[in-house]
Design a protein around this ligand. Structure first.
Ligand code: HEM
Length: 222
């Protein structure tokens, strides 16, 4: 068996790192999306505030830092693996040759180059907006529902969230598809199943996220 360092330096090892960190991040977005949907419950404001308090108090306040640390590590490794894979394939390609050899150059695969950076910018802004509150003029510590609704009320902010969720859709679609391939479902007989899973997961997660800013814009959440 290859030593861990050798495996990490290989393309296969990096693809496995991308797949595993992708799964961790996908589970996070799935859970986060489901948590946000509590805003639509009849007791939405209390439900969301309690949920936020529960997360912050988990394991006497240390749980949230484990989660934050794990997410940061996952994002860092995910980006590192992608960048070193693309660098390798760019270095290997003949001058002027446009196709990236580590993935088939579909529109969704090419889009990873810009959806990844846009999502990184979104995440930094999103944390400053709804977690730290320093770019949210009406932020009140612990008032998760109120911060959400007042924070998404300005149209440009809500539209930025909608745009970011569009990027998330492309990213998840191609990411889920590639992840299943890396994990062994590359045989043509799994093609249809991979397509269905990638599309269903993308629609579920991004659909569940995007209804929140849209509902604030439409005055459904207030
Ligand atoms: C429309 C889309 C989204 C909405 C409405 C939303 C809403 C929220 C809210 C209200 C919080 C604060 C929770 C609290 O203080 O308890 C939060 C935190 C957070 N969100 Fe989102 N979110 C969205 C999309 C995303 C996406 C796509 C990601 C990641 C890819 C993400 C990552 C995070 C992270 C990392 C936190 C901080 C958790 C912590 O450490 O306290 N969010 N989000």
């Amino acid at each position: 068996m290859a030593a861990p360092a050798t495996l990490l330096n290989s393309s296969v090892g990096k693809k496995i790192v991308m797949a595993i960190t992708g799964i961790v991040l996908s589970l996070f977005v799935l859970g986060h999306m489901a948590g946000n949907l509590q805003a639509f419950l009849p007791n939405g404001p209390e439900a969301l505030d309690h949920y936020g308090a529960f997360l912050r108090e988990l394991l006497h306040g240390t749980g949230i830092w484990f989660v934050r640390g794990a997410l940061l590590l996952a994002v860092g490794l995910h980006a590192w693996a992608y960048l070193s894979l693309t660098q390798k394939s760019w270095a290997a390609r003949p001058k002027g040759y446009q196709v990236n050899d580590f993935e088939e150059a579909t529109f969704a695969s090419r889009s990873m180059r810009w959806t990844g950076p846009i999502l990184a910018v979104f995440i930094v802004y999103h944390l400053m907006h709804l977690t730290v509150g320093n770019v949210h003029p009406r932020f009140v510590e612990g008032k998760v529902y109120q911060n959400l609704v007042t924070g998404l009320a300005p149209v440009p902010v809500a539209l930025f969230y909608v745009l970011a969720m569009g990027c998330l859709a492309f990213h998840l679609w191609h990411g889920a598809w590639s992840m299943l391939q890396t994990l062994g479902l590359s045989h043509p007989k799994y093609l249809a199943a991979r397509k269905v899973f990638a599309i269903a997961f993308t629609v579920l997660v991004t659909g569940g996220f995007v209804v929140v800013p849209l509902a604030v814009l439409a005055g459904v959440l207030k």
